[in-house]
Write a protein that binds this ligand. Structure first.
Ligand code: ADP
Length: 495
């Protein structure tokens, strides 16, 4: 049999990447290109949609050229993307009418306030699984229609299309033939009803968004269309938002399985099966993916400051030279650490939700050294993750038995061992921690018949398993200390 490949297009917030996987799901090569971050005002973040497309296509072409890949051997393409980021374009010219408004952009806070004042909070939670926030696409579309000359009239005439980044790439790769998205991306717009699996009429009306702008929504593992490249038709056969793709890439296929990504922040997602699970602790309910005519849901929680706290040790306090060094320094600590660092630099998210909390250090004594601070900062990533996991367990009434990890800081063995200890559960670090691209590749490979979901479970290789070693009394004492520290950091800034 001739060799077959799957290519994942991984369109992230700061760079576009194309990743080549062989027919065994092994990563062969990767190309990456950064693009411009545009900050027109304080709190505004934009990308140039054309630059996103060009950078994505460049990495695709370089990947093929540099690895001598025969086009006919590419069985399929999977797309994964920065979520929520919003593009509106003219369907005749193919040109975006405004820059992409990025998920981090805060300009629509007042539109969100209006929605809250119209008593839509409970409705949004029940029907989209989300909280009303400028993070999600809905209010960004409204802003473009309200602020770009002639946009609303044009939208009402059916001349404009909206898409998250997956949709923008798909539409362009198919030469404007396919305007579609997948359930995972649709569920991040705050316009998609996760119960009926349809665009939500009430929210479209509340935000004054014409329905004809919206894409068709399909399962994530699906033949969306073809990319015509050098006289070959390459099936685009998988799409999922980045965090959901990572959950799939980690093969968390069963209810109760969870992954935690330790990047700048942490993203924790737990598969909750084929029914949406709502949170009493401020977590989001989202669609994980659609496959085999079934839709799977997830609970999602995020830690705002995780790896960013390690960057603060390096660049702010300058007590470490590299992020990796945090491991060696933390290892120098002998005995217990009485110090707690609460990195609430930007307030606290789930389950505390206190935007007036600020960072704090507790338990300093005359003999506190930098090793205490470094270890306490690493510990804070594990404690914050435990807070989220506790909330998820309470919401689902289940006990987590193992946690799969990825992201830059998951390379830190001291942190991972402490995570296992403080959770009292096994932490599995897979060989391939690039699970986002892998997830998109899996979704595409399954759709084109190259793989079966069960085969993927067999190929999952764990590089290291961290087993809890801490005594219960110590674990409880440490976690109590953390909770006390968090409490004292709360409500610090005056409202
Ligand atoms: P992102 O995708 O958010 O940019 P990455 O997954 O690339 O993040 O991870 C980078 C983050 O992880 C940085 O914030 C860095 O401080 C942290 N990091 C990287 N390596 C380590 C390490 N060995 N120990 C602790 N933190 C680390």
């Amino acid at each position: 049999m001739s060799k077959k490949y799957i290519i994942a297009l991984d369109q992230g917030t700061t760079s576009s990447r194309s990743v080549l996987f062989d027919q065994n799901g092994k990563q062969i090569a990767m190309e990456q290109q950064e693009f411009k971050q545009i900050f027109p005002h304080s709190g505004w973040v934009e990308h140039d949609p054309q630059e996103i497309l060009d950078s994505q296509l460049n990495t695709f072409q370089n990947l093929i050229k540099n690895n001598n890949v025969a086009i006919k051997s590419i069985a399929g393409i999977g797309i994964t993307n920065q979520r929520e980021t919003t593009v509106v374009w003219n369907k005749s010219t193919g040109k975006a009418i405004y820059n992409a408004i990025v998920w981090q952009d805060k300009r629509t806070a007042s539109i969100c306030e209006d929605l809250k004042n119209n008593d839509l909070e409970e409705y949004v939670k029940k029907n989209t699984g989300l909280v009303i926030d400028s993070y999600f696409s809905g209010t960004k579309i409204k802003w473009i229609l309200d602020n770009v000359d002639n946009a609303r009239a044009s939208a009402e005439k059916g001349e404009l299309l909206f898409g998250t980044i997956d949709t923008w790439l798909l539409w362009n790769l198919t030469n404007g033939k396919v305007h579609a998205t997948d359930y995972s991306n649709a569920s991040r717009t705050m316009l998609f009803n996760i119960n009926t699996l349809k665009w939500d009429e009430k929210l479209l009306k509340a935000l004054d968004i014409p329905k004809n702008m919206l894409a068709k929504v399909h399962h994530s593992s699906h033949h969306f269309g073809n990319f015509e490249y050098k006289n070959h038709q390459i099936p685009i056969a998988g799409i999922a938002g980045d965090q959901q793709a990572a959950l799939f890439g980690q093969a968390c296929f069963e209810k109760g399985e969870a992954k935690n990504t330790y990047g700048t922040g942490c993203f924790l997602l737990m598969n909750t099966g084929t029914k949406p699970q709502y949170s009493k602790n401020g977590l989001l309910t989202t669609i994980a993916w659609g496959i085999d005519n079934k839709v799977y849901y997830a609970l999602e929680g995020s830690v705002f400051i995780a790896g960013a706290a390690i960057q603060w040790l390096r660049d702010g306090l300058q007590i470490i030279d590299t992020a990796e060094e945090s491991e060696t320094i933390a290892k120098q600590l002998t005995g217990d650490n009485p110090v707690y660092v609460v990195p609430a630099f930007a307030g606290l998210g789930a389950p505390y939700w206190d935007m007036y909390a600020r960072g704090a250090i507790f338990g300093l004594t005359r003999d506190t050294g930098k090793e205490h601070l470094v270890k306490a900062t690493l510990d804070s990533l594990a404690y914050q993750s435990k807070d989220l996991i506790n909330a998820m367990q309470e919401d689902c009434n289940t006990q987590l038995t193992s946690l799969t990890v990825d992201g830059g800081a998951s390379a830190n063995n001291v942190l991972m061992q402490f995570q296992a200890d403080i959770l009292n559960c096994t932490v599995n670090r897979p060989k391939n921690t690039e699970s986002t691209a892998l997830g998109a590749a899996y979704l595409a490979g399954i759709s084109v018949g190259l793989w079966k979901q069960n085969d993927i479970l067999k190929t999952k290789t764990i590089e290291h398993t961290f087993t809890p070693e801490m005594e219960n009394t110590k674990r409880e004492k440490l976690y109590k200390g953390w909770q006390k520290a968090v409490k004292r950091s709360m409500n610090w800034e005056d409202e």
